[in-house]
Design a protein around this ligand. Structure first.
Ligand SMILES: Cc1cc2nc3c(=O)[nH]c(=O)nc-3n(C[C@H](O)[C@H](O)[C@H](O)COP(=O)(O)OP(=O)(O)OC[C@H]3O[C@@H](n4cnc5c(N)ncnc54)[C@H](O)[C@@H]3O)c2cc1C
Ligand SMILES: *[C@@H]1O[C@H](CO)[C@@H](O)[C@H](O)[C@H]1NC(C)=O
Ligand SMILES: *[C@@H]1O[C@H](CO)[C@@H](O)[C@H](O)[C@H]1NC(C)=O
Length: 507
């Protein structure tokens, strides 16, 4: 049994232990009365779920959402079927997501075989075969042991990351992403933020050809950024080629609406405009602070007071515009750093196979995912044949000679000319522009803390380590734990080091 399978099993046992443990914990102070969560993406809805778990049935939880529930998990209708436009791929070891799907009575979408190819602007430099052994030999012939070593390198990082589930199950939380990463894997882990993916892999002896032909296309597909992003988020990108990837049947955003319902939180369809700090004397004579959340909804503007506020949207230009008043030190509306523009384009049509491989008959082209290298000049990072969020019965894979739904990721909206090059014919074209994830660099800037004020927390800071559905759920759990510890004035489960050694053998 691998260390990861073991971690997964451990987690499942601990979910049970953890819940019982909580019920008997001594209550040190009245629970909070009202909590606000700003944003109903996976971060905000997972926070609502975990906050309910930490604070019990009596607290009122309001979730504010100015757009639609799901946020960056969103689908579009093409010809009567829904397709993912944003976050779409989950890893088999995304344990919070697995747990949510189980708890909410959802299931994983039926698996459909995929076939990956890498394109350098002129030709397909690698094409997966249906046969594992053929892939293995092709990779071995072209890149020696690089491919196997890449999986081992990524697995080593993932193994350390997996410790977070055990820490969280025992109630441990962290006030910043740096402290969390350090507790997971020490200086070596944290220094992944200081190197580019390319530097890290070069220093581990990976060949430049392998990095250019294989690593770069995967990185471009996942974050629309080349191998100059930092090595931690790079490893997350590379884990996206592991086997067993999955998605939620009916659409990933179903988890968000399910968590909202399960948490018995109230959804307020409004845009939060500002948060101000208010103080009032309490019965015991001390002064307690409250947060006034101001918001604009359909019926005009209003405000409410909360004991705890969780910000579950990136505090960056173009993503949210919340002003904070009365805080010292001040809390900025926007933190430094920007989010990367990714355009997601869905085309129902017939692919121009000769653009990728002039020698191939379209009826024999079964590739489902084409990832491009840095040499590609058309301006598309990836072209993927996508499946609807629910696989209809009798669905089978068809060659590119037939009309299918394809999804492209690019930095700019695709022009008529680009589309004409990529497709022989088009029936429908749909486009969505995202500020998708941070624009990464190395060394990466220090991420903002998870704690913005005594009981004011920020989930999306984690995205500077890596932005993904699971990472934001991990951050939501962390913030819910942190909120409880800080509410009760407990410090022994915050920012602890050497947890791995201390928890070894605990169950
Ligand atoms: C194109 C694309 C592809 C991706 N692919 C993957 C993938 O394959 N796998 C993966 O794991 N991850 C992927 N990701 C990343 C993943 O989708 C995100 O990391 C994750 O969904 C972020 O969730 P969140 O809840 O933290 O933020 P969001 O989903 O952005 O939620 C924030 C919510 O807050 C709301 N909001 C903002 N300001 C206010 C305000 N003032 N008042 C009220 N509400 C407000 C917004 O409307 C939004 O709904 C992808 C992202 C994109 C864009
Ligand atoms: C990363 O680099 C910063 C400066 O850019 C430095 O302060 C920090 O100590 C480095 N961290 C590690 C773990 O190497
Ligand atoms: C398809 O690709 C080929 C090769 O790049 C190009 O010459 C042609 O114009 C493209 N479009 C169509 C509709 O064939």
């Amino acid at each position: 049994m691998s260390a990861r399978t073991l971690s997964a099993l451990l987690f499942l046992c601990l979910v049970q232990v953890g819940r019982r443990g909580l019920a008997s914990a001594p209550e040190l102070r009245e629970p909070p009365k009202k909590i606000a969560v700003i944003g109903a993406g996976i971060g905000g809805t997972a926070a609502a779920f975990f906050l309910r778990q930490e604070f019990g049935a009596s607290v009122k939880i309001d979730v504010f959402e100015s757009g639609s529930v799901g946020g960056r998990l969103a689908t579009e209708d093409v010809g009567g079927h829904e397709y993912e436009m944003g976050g779409s791929i989950l890893h088999p070891l995304n344990l919070h997501m697995k747990h949510f799907v189980d708890r909410l009575g959802l299931s994983a979408r039926a698996e459909v075989p995929t076939k990956l190819a890498f394109f350098d602007g002129k030709e397909l430099v690698f094409e997966e075969s249906d046969w594992f052994i053929v892939n293995f030999l092709r990779m071995l012939w072209r890149y020696g042991l690089n491919s196997i070593r890449m999986h081992m390198w990524v697995e080593g990082i993932l193994d350390k990351f997996m410790r977070i589930y055990q820490y969280q199950q025992f109630g441990y939380s962290f006030t910043s992403a740096e402290k969390m990463l350090h507790a997971l894997g020490g200086d070596a882990f944290l220094s992944l933020l200081n190197q580019t993916l390319e530097e890290a892999m070069r220093s581990h002896g990976f060949s430049q050809a392998f990095i250019n032909d294989v690593v770069t296309p995967i990185s471009r597909f996942s974050y629309l950024q080349s191998v100059r992003l930092h090595a931690l988020v790079g490893a997350v990108a590379l884990s996206g080629t592991d086997s067993g990837l999955w998605a939620v049947d009916g659409g990933n955003k179903k988890v968000c609406s399910g968590l909202l319902y399960n948490s018995k939180a109230e959804l307020i369809s409004a845009r939060v405009t500002s948060i101000s700090l208010k103080t009032r004397p309490s019965k015991t004579g001390s002064v307690s602070s409250l947060y006034e959340v101001n918001y604009v909804g359909e019926s005009g503007s209003a405000h409410s007071l909360y004991d705890i506020v969780i910000v579950a949207t990136p505090l960056h230009q173009g993503l949210s515009d919340i002003s904070f008043s009365g805080f010292s030190p001040p809390v900025p509306s926007h933190f430094p750093g920007r989010y990367h523009t990714t355009v997601s384009t869905l085309v129902q049509g017939v692919l121009n196979v000769s653009y990728f491989d002039p020698a191939r008959a379209p009826g024999e082209f079964y590739v489902t995912d084409i990832f491009t290298t840095d040499k590609e000049e058309l301006g598309v990072a990836s072209v993927s044949a996508v499946n609807p969020v629910h696989i209809p019965p009798g669905h089978s894979r068809s060659p590119a000679g037939r009309s299918k739904v394809w999804r492209m990721f690019s930095n700019e909206p695709l022009s008529e000319e680009q589309l004409r090059t990529l497709f022989v014919s088009r029936e429908r074209v749909l486009e969505r522009r995202w500020l998708a994830y941070p624009s990464y660099r190395a060394p990466e800037r220090r991420a903002p803390p998870f704690v913005l004020h005594q009981n004011l927390f920020y989930i999306n800071s984690i995205e500077w380590a890596a932005s993904s559905i699971e990472m934001n759920a991990v951050s939501a759990r962390n913030v819910a734990l942190l909120a409880r510890h800080r509410w009760h004035g407990q410090t022994e489960k915050v920012d602890q080091e050497d947890l791995h050694a201390r928890l070894r053998g605990e169950l």
